[in-house]
Write a protein of this length. Structure first.
Length: 394
């Protein structure tokens, strides 16, 4: 069904890097979500009234809020499609995250409202009307929510959309809570004991937890999150694949919405190559990255020594000592400047960003001391640097 909808309603559905195609995926997800959730709201609301069940009614209004969420997502996706202008030179892509954040608040509000209703139902329980047809209708609801969740997950994976993955999580939570509601009704039918209020509390808490999860997932890109290790590796390998590039470091990626990123990176070039030749290579890489990876990349050239064995040996010594001190650290931009009575070793030292101030101070000091033991003339000029990349999942 998913592939059928994608093929028939999204033009150029394979070209997921295009903003217009990403928008079409978002619109399809929103429309399908609105249709499914309105249908489920009507069904559950009728069942909840018939059964006098607060947990079923809570579930129904949760679906209604999901339909409202789909409408907000639709508006957000369409607004995010707007091109860059004078006031927003990097486009409007982050509106999609803001829309998802609004959705999370709606989900939290629904969960909190029915938490209060469920507690009231525990204090003053109402009699349930057990009907098997109602159970079948709720089972149908679970099936629809499972399909809707998997539908959004597949679309989200196709276009790498955190918003759609959040919708997938929310839908799975809805399926679980509706399943719990079914259990409470069956339990009443078998035992005559009404646990509806307690199940309603569970439903409300799960709904609220889903809202917190959506808020967390959408706040991260708004606040500023580290680079995904896969994207980090992809950009580095792409740049380093060009002849004339000896290495890269200091990669920073700024996200301005799904499919809208700009980045900067330092590329090491041999210091004995003509600067115009290196500059031509840099220009070619920047154009290729924009075309093939869809990222606006700015490359800074760092000339490095490739032939002077004296400099290379000192750098090797420094790298080995740093490996002993802390294998999670590294160095780059290594230069040697000779003075009358000393030899200046000038380089950047990359330290994990999560290290505290003491470690950031002690590690460069220890490295400088160890190098001075090799030659008392060595004077280190160290710039502490960080990598803005997320830790890879185990």
């Amino acid at each position: 069904m998913t592939e059928f909808l994608v093929r028939h309603f999204i033009k150029d559905y394979k070209d997921v890097e295009k903003i217009s195609v990403r928008t079409a995926y978002g619109v399809l997800s929103s429309i399908v979500g609105i249709f499914c959730n309105v249908f489920l709201f009507v069904v559950k609301f009728v069942v909840g009234i018939v059964l006098h069940s607060v947990s079923v009614t809570a579930d129904a209004f949760n679906n209604l809020s999901d339909a409202g969420s789909s409408i907000i997502s639709f508006v957000g996706v369409k607004m995010a499609e707007k091109p860059a202008d004078r006031d927003h030179p990097f486009g409007h892509g982050r509106i999609e995250y803001i829309a998802a954040l609004i959705v999370s608040f709606l989900v939290l509000e629904v969960g909190f409202t029915f938490l209060k209703d469920s507690i009231g139902k525990i204090r003053m329980p109402e009699e349930l009307n057990f009907q098997m047809i109602s159970v079948f209708i709720l089972v149908l609801s679970v099936a629809v929510k499972l399909w809707l969740g998997l539908f959004n997950r597949r679309l989200g994976e196709k276009i790498n959309s955190k918003v759609m993955m959040a919708v997938f999580t929310d839908s799975m939570g809805d399926a679980v809570t509706t399943g719990a509601t079914i259990i409470s009704i069956l339990f009443f039918g078998v035992t005559g004991i009404n646990i509806d209020g307690f199940v309603g509390v569970g439903v409300a808490l799960v709904v609220m937890w889903a809202g917190v999860g959506i808020a967390r997932d959408t706040l991260e890109p708004l606040i500023g999150e580290p680079i995904d290790p896969e994207i980090y590796t992809r950009i580095k390998q792409f740049v380093e694949s060009y002849e004339g590039i000896e290495g890269t470091h200091d990669l920073i990626v700024h996200n301005y919405g799904p499919g809208r990123s700009m980045a900067s990176i330092h590329a090491e070039v041999p210091n004995d190559v003509d600067i115009e030749q290196s500059h031509e290579i840099i220009d070619r890489i920047e154009r290729a990255v924009a075309k093939e990876l869809g990222i606006f990349l700015v490359i800074h050239m760092d000339p490095v020594e490739m032939k002077d064995n004296y400099v290379l040996n000192i750098r090797k010594q420094a790298a080995l000592i740093l490996e002993e001190l802390d294998p999670d650290c590294s160095l780059h931009d290594f230069r040697v400047v000779h003075g009358e009575n000393q030899i200046n070793l000038i380089f950047d030292m990359v330290i994990p960003i999560e290290y505290d101030e003491e470690k950031r101070r002690i590690l460069p000091e220890r490295l400088a001391e160890r190098l001075k033991e090799k030659d008392p003339r060595y004077e280190c000029v160290i710039t502490v640097d960080y990598e803005y990349v997320a830790k890879a999942e185990e």
